[in-house]
Design a protein around this ligand. Structure first.
Ligand code: 5AD
Ligand code: SF4
Length: 445
């Protein structure tokens, strides 16, 4: 099988990211880094000289997908691109990957990808190119500055890793301990993004609201500093942990105008015994009280969550408690998953694993409720006037698609408006996944 050699270095690349938004961000940074090395991005893997599969290990299906994707990179003439497996599968499986398939040249973990160009060199020389170190010094300092973004919205990772050790989750093992990027580095990156035309920044972290710096500043201080950047119109953040939801952050939702009224706050289950077995360190009640506090300062906030059904030992009664919580909260959006045992996590060894058909039935019931709530939330915005940040063209001629403050997709016909414009819109109709709006007037961006 031919692939780039020392005489024939890769000139084009394709990065494919799976899983969470943090992987999307990492994928963009890897692309920017390879671009800075003189390589050119191409849209499609098979025709690229090099492919980076930026993988996710959170659930079994996500991890298995990597191997089928690798297989699909074999070309009809028997050749293939140089293949790098990055992300959390690389971290979790390491050398196991190159034992399982001969098609992988580079294995690089999420804390080591700043060394990707070096690893390409090694792979070309036929040396082992594996790096799953979790160095104390952050990779961020070794990355080139942000390139001009193609979109008006951008992710910015401010925090990584997790110290919470929920018993079902691989993240503390694949992403390592909680680290916060320094204040100045974050603000510099934000300013560079805004200078390049970005209007909305979403701060990212596995536990983004655990962000803290040496001076004891928290995420709300960072949000207040970003609020002062001229040209930046919207700030979002995700994903938060209920236990790190500081009063200062809640207060910011009440008075920072650029902070959008949307909060993703996973709860996973509505049953206290299950929350305890999950090591979530919050209860159903403490979670609901937290939401009350947020709603007190920002009554229109859109809430979203993550749910796992079929955690080991989950009884019918436990599941009912989750359904009850969902009905009580009225989520604007939610992600829901069947429990997937992950090797090395405590829950994988628990007895009372739940039968797949029970999980299927519970997931179906839960998702039906979520969709009904989502539709109700969207319908409640009909008749409201709000800003929409235009992100892309719509399917119909003249139509544009953007996001409302509550993160809903809004379809609108807006003559003379362009991607990146903030326009004011009256919401006229709603479905479960999007809204339709009519332009009020052009707003100076
Ligand atoms: N099985 C199912 N869902 C999981 N999640 C994390 N680990 C697992 C697992 N082993 C879900 C949680 C988390 C989201 C990112 O993925 O709901 O919040
Ligand atoms: Fe995983 Fe829990 Fe950490 Fe979230 S808080 S990344 S679910 S261990």
């Amino acid at each position: 099988m031919t692939r780039p050699t020392a005489k024939n270095p890769p000139r084009t690349f394709h990065v494919k990211s799976f899983g969470c938004q943090m992987n999307v961000y990492d994928g963009e940074r890897m692309a920017e880094m390879l671009g800075a090395e003189g390589m050119t991005a191409v849209e499609e893997g098979l025709s690229a000289d090099m492919v980076v599969l930026n993988t996710c290990h959170i659930r079994e299906k996500a991890a298995e997908k990597v191997y089928s994707d690798i297989g699909r990179l074999r070309r009809e003439d028997g050749t293939r691109p140089m293949i790098a497996v990055a992300g959390c599968v690389a971290q979790a499986e390491g050398p196991e990957i190159t034992r399982r398939t001969k098609m992988v040249d580079i294995v690089v973990g999420p804390q080591a990808y700043h060394r990707l160009p070096e690893l390409v060199g090694k792979a070309m020389r036929g040396e082992e190119a594996l790096d799953t170190d979790m160095p104390a010094a952050s990779k961020f300092g070794a990355l080139p500055g942000r390139a001009k973004q193609p979109r008006p919205t951008a992710f910015l990772t401010v925090q990584e890793g997790c110290d919470k050790f929920c018993t079902y989750c691989v993240v503390p093992y694949t992403r390592g301990a909680e680290i916060s990027r320094p204040w100045d580095a974050i603000l510099d990156e934000a300013k560079a993004l805004v200078d390049g035309g970005v209007k909305e920044i979403t701060l990212l972290g596995q536990n983004v609201n655990a962000w803290v710096d040496d001076a004891g500043r928290g995420l709300h201080d960072l949000i207040r500093a970003l609020d002062k950047i001229d040209g930046l119109a919207r700030i979002r953040y995700t994903t938060s942990h209920p236990n790190d939801m500081a009063d200062g952050l809640i207060a910011a939702h009440g008075d920072v105008e650029k902070l959008m009224p949307y909060l993703h706050l996973p709860v996973q289950s509505g049953s206290d015994p299950i929350l305890k077995a999950m090591n979530r360190s919050h209860t159903r009640d403490s979670y609901l009280r937290l939401l009350d506090k947020v709603r007190a300062v920002r009554p229109d906030i859109a809430l979203s969550g993550d749910f796992i059904v079929g955690f080991p030992g989950e009884s019918e009664q436990d599941f009912e408690a989750t359904m009850h919580l969902i009905r009580e909260v009225g989520y604007a959006y939610a992600f829901s998953f069947k429990y997937s045992p992950r090797p090395g996590t405590p829950a994988a060894d628990m007895t009372d694993q739940i039968a797949p058909e029970i999980m299927d039935a519970r997931l179906k019931q839960l998702q039906a409720q979520i969709i009904a709530d989502q539709l109700a939330f969207n319908q409640a915005t009909v008749g409201k006037r709000c800003s929409v940040l235009i992100e892309k063209p719509g399917r119909k001629p003249g139509q544009l698609v953007g996001k409302s403050p509550w993160l809903q997709s809004v379809h609108v016909v807006a003559e003379g408006s362009r991607i990146g414009d903030m326009i004011e819109v009256d919401i006229v109709s709603a479905g479960p996944n999007s809204l339709a709006g009519e332009v009020v007037r052009r707003k100076a961006a």
